[in-house]
Ligand binder design. Structure first.
Ligand SMILES: *Cc1c(COP(=O)(O)O)cnc(C)c1O
Length: 237
């Protein structure tokens, strides 16, 4: 999908893609016996211009996801007039956690203690409360971020007891080479264990453009969808 320059054409393109994604989600909910209101669509706008976020807001999108700390900060500043919730979904360097805590409403990618500590300090310094998900590595491969399974419970405890942070649940990306349905059912089991200790941790962030149906079937509460709404991104550097 090429991005048209004409704002009217672009808005109609986004409207149509959004309604396709919403219909897919509704069908998946139906098949799983779930209500569509249980599932929040986070539209991942990384690499796309802020004008797209303006269009999305006009089309009723509330939750947007950004992967990079600086890009997110710039876009938040240019959208301060809009009622948006900002989700940080990418891997974060510890030294950038303070900057992230200034704009992110929800951080999906907490995967280590030092990052959590820095996020907490940043949240307090900017007088904010940041919602945090533990990113879980389902295959133990650190390449895409995520805490190994045996560290998840302790990390959840750390987040829950860190002033300025609020533990809200778990997140995962389906590992390459694993069936998404299998990955997301493993995540559901992790989510259940975290909830046993922390009843407030109700969020399960799972599912992207290609596997949102499997995520809904496994109980995802948040889908992170980029390509299916905005088009394919140029490859990241
Ligand atoms: C980019 C990204 C997404 C969106 O992926 P699409 O395949 O474009 O829907 C979701 N989650 C994370 C962590 C991402 O980095």
């Amino acid at each position: 999908m090429t991005v048209p320059q004409d704002p009217f054409v672009r808005r109609e393109q986004l409207r149509s893609a959004l309604s396709t994604v919403r219909a897919r989600t509704a069908r998946a909910c139906d098949a799983a016996g779930r209500r569509p209101e249980e599932v929040t669509l986070v539209v991942v706008t990384k690499t796309y211009p802020v004008t797209d976020i303006h269009h999305l807001a006009a089309l009723g999108v509330v939750d947007v996801g950004e992967a990079r700390v600086g890009e997110g900060a710039d876009k938040v500043a240019q959208c301060s007039h809009l009622p948006l919730r900002w989700h940080a979904i990418g891997q974060v360097q510890t030294k950038k956690a303070g900057a992230l805590a200034r704009w992110a409403d929800v951080v999906h990618s907490a995967d280590r203690r030092r990052l959590v500590d820095s996020l907490g300090r940043g949240a307090l310094a900017s007088d904010r409360c940041v919602e945090v998900l533990v990113q879980v590595s389902l295959d133990g491969d650190p390449g895409r971020g995520g805490a190994p399974l045996h560290e998840v419970a302790a990390l959840a405890d750390t987040i829950a007891s860190t002033p300025g942070l609020c533990l809200r649940g778990v997140m995962a990306i389906a590992p390459l080479g694993v069936e998404p349905a299998q990955a997301f059912s493993e995540l559901a089991a992790v989510a259940q264990r975290v909830r046993a200790d922390h009843p407030e941790a109700q969020v399960v962030s799972a599912g992207m453009s290609a596997d949102l149906e499997e995520a809904v079937a496994c109980g995802a509460t948040h889908l992170r969808v980029g390509t299916a709404v905005l088009g394919s991104r140029p490859p990241l550097r």
